[in-house]
Design a protein around this ligand. Structure first.
Ligand SMILES: Cc1cc2nc3c(=O)[nH]c(=O)nc-3n(C[C@H](O)[C@H](O)[C@H](O)COP(=O)(O)OP(=O)(O)OC[C@H]3O[C@@H](n4cnc5c(N)ncnc54)[C@H](O)[C@@H]3O)c2cc1C
Length: 229
């Protein structure tokens, strides 16, 4: 039996790749599972999709990153918690969710692929930010690792239904339904050392008015060239 086959509630397993991509593109955070010195370890980190690859980045001094850069088998889990399903019984109560599991081995990116990976990760964290920040310093790039996992062996499970109460419970007095979980950004809080008069960047303003696209004027883009200063 393939290890990506869901055992329980198999009807919730989804094989559509676009639905996996939707989850990976919206989640921002995943959990990397690996085995270090014979012990399981699960580490939360930013994940970003680039086509058929899942990217992560971090310090060259990071133990788990150095470990997965050597291409041992890993398992990545990415989850969106969408709602509480309030059933009439505790037994039937559950969550709406979308969750993915990806198996594979990471590859360390270098050169142009590393720069592109970093751009994607920066934009994934805060869309529009790349055009606003200075180019990477050479020293910063040297201290950063970018790793890529092929999105080839994966499973996706989607719970988007309703309470599944039996007839006796439906006939009873208990309420049942779904309570969606929202995700929104709060009011930005300026850094304690922010100089007076520095306005909010467009990338942050766009978080506060979702739906309005950020247009990046190529003339404003600081560029990808690195600086050693
Ligand atoms: C939402 C989120 C996003 C993150 N994004 C990134 C990212 O993009 N890049 C990045 O490098 N790091 C990210 N981190 C931090 C990441 O989880 C690690 O802490 C970091 O990579 C440093 O790992 P390390 O080399 O110290 O871990 P290791 O040295 O491998 O860890 C040693 C031990 O430290 C403990 N540990 C390490 N990290 C954590 C943790 N997060 N929580 C609790 N215990 C921990 C564990 O007990 C572990 O066994 C993110 C964390 C969160 C929660």
């Amino acid at each position: 039996m393939p290890r990506t086959r869901v055992s329980r509630l198999r009807r919730l397993q989804v094989h559509d790749r676009p639905r996996l991509d939707d989850l990976l593109d919206s989640a921002r955070v995943g959990h990397i599972g690996l085995v270090v010195d014979g012990h399981p370890l699960v580490i939360p980190t930013e994940v970003a999709r680039d086509g058929d690859e899942l990217l992560v980045h971090g310090s060259t001094g990071s133990r788990w990153m150095r470990n997965v850069a050597d291409a041992p088998p890993v398992c990545v889990s990415v989850t969106a918690f969408d709602a509480i399903i309030v059933a009439r019984s505790a037994f039937e109560s559950s969550f709406r969710y979308r969750s993915a599991t990806i198996f594979g081995r990471f590859e360390r990116l270098e050169g142009e692929r590393k720069l592109r990976g970093l751009e994607i990760l920066v934009e994934n964290a805060l869309p529009g930010r790349l055009a606003e920040v200075r180019p990477h310093l050479t020293a910063e790039l040297e201290r950063t690792m970018v790793l890529s996992l092929p999105i080839e062996e994966w499973s996706l499970k989607v719970s988007d239904g309703w309470p599944n109460d039996g007839a006796e419970d439906v006939a009873g007095a208990a309420w049942a339904g779904v309570v969606p979980v929202g995700q929104s950004f709060g009011d930005p809080i300026a850094a304690p050392d922010l100089r007076d008069g520095v306005p909010l960047p467009r990338s942050v303003m766009a978080l506060l008015s979702p739906g309005e696209p950020i247009t990046v004027d190529e003339g404003e883009r600081p560029g990808r060239s690195t600086s050693s200063t």
